[in-house]
Design a protein around this ligand. Structure first.
Ligand SMILES: Nc1ccn([C@@H]2O[C@H](COP(=O)(O)OP(=O)(O)OP(=O)(O)O)[C@@H](O)[C@H]2O)c(=O)n1
Ligand SMILES: C[C@](O)(CO)[C@H](O)COP(=O)(O)O
Length: 239
């Protein structure tokens, strides 16, 4: 398939990953950014990193984006938990968008391939979801994981609220995978307040293909998510 940059993407394209963990975790309200909190005995971010380092995926470069003042924290965690999974660390920015942009700059020497952007605080992503999203992006140029809502949904209006057709809605997750030159071009444009993820940065340039995500692919946002993640992880380990 011809990508927007005119290069060919293929199932054998080089794969890269940018794991964004540059946030401060205000909604978690913990004494540290939530990516460093313990989940089943190990830092959240280690669980996430391990998923992308799975040899099955053949990811050739992993970039971890961390808050600029937390490099030492991560170095200490690497020593404590004997983390030897290959990765490069770069400083994040004031927003998720700025953190992704910094991560992408670290991959400047790679001319072609597919890059996954993933939240460092999604530690339970099944490797099959990651594989399927990379593969779909190699074919379609841009692919993201998403799931249908399980609940009824309503929109808000000045009069109150109104029912929405949930069959037309999807809940967006990460990973979000892109032909790398497409993502580079999208991240050269100015940041908009409407950006909530990478798909929203890219979508004016290229259609976004949806891949089946997973309800277990939680984003750790508030303390209850950590409890749920712990239970899910223990169940996965027992299988
Ligand atoms: N400046 C930022 C902000 C967010 N992120 C990352 O983007 C992901 C999703 O963001 P979110 O869950 O909102 O994390 P925080 O910004 O840390 O949380 P909060 O909004 O509660 O402060 C997280 O892995 C977070 O570390 C980032 O790399 N750089
Ligand atoms: C990228 C994301 O995880 C997709 O669901 C989400 O948009 C991040 O949102 P947040 O505002 O940073 O919680």
């Amino acid at each position: 398939m011809a990508s927007s940059s005119g290069t060919l993407a293929s199932a054998s394209s080089n794969r890269y990953a940018i794991i964004v963990a540059g946030g401060s975790g205000t909604r978690m309200g913990a004494d540290r950014p939530k990516q460093f909190l313990e989940l089943a005995g190990e830092p959240v971010l280690l669980h996430t990193l391990r998923r992308f380092a799975d040899p099955v995926l053949s990811v050739v470069a992993i970039v971890l984006v961390l808050p600029a003042d937390q490099f030492e924290t991560w170095a200490q965690l690497c020593a404590t938990y004997h983390i030897q999974l290959p990765h490069t660390v770069v400083a994040g920015g004031a927003s998720r968008w700025a953190s992704v942009r910094n991560g992408l700059a670290e991959l400047a020497s790679y001319p072609t391939g597919v890059v996954a952007v993933h939240d460092g605080v999604r530690p339970l992503t099944p490797v099959t979801v990651i594989e399927n999203t990379y593969a779909a992006a190699a074919t379609h140029g841009a692919a993201i994981a998403a799931v249908p809502p399980k609940d009824s949904v309503r929109g808000l209006s000045q009069q109150g609220s109104y029912a929405l057709d949930r069959s037309r809605l999807r809940l967006v997750q990460t990973p979000q995978c892109f032909e790398i030159n497409l993502l580079r071009r999208a991240y050269q444009l100015p940041e908009l307040a409407t950006f909530t993820d990478d798909a929203s940065v890219v979508e004016d340039m290229h259609p976004i293909h949806l891949v089946a995500g997973d309800y277990c692919n939680l984003k750790i946002t508030t303390p209850d998510d950590l409890l749920l993640a712990e239970a899910l992880l223990r169940q996965q380990s027992a299988l």
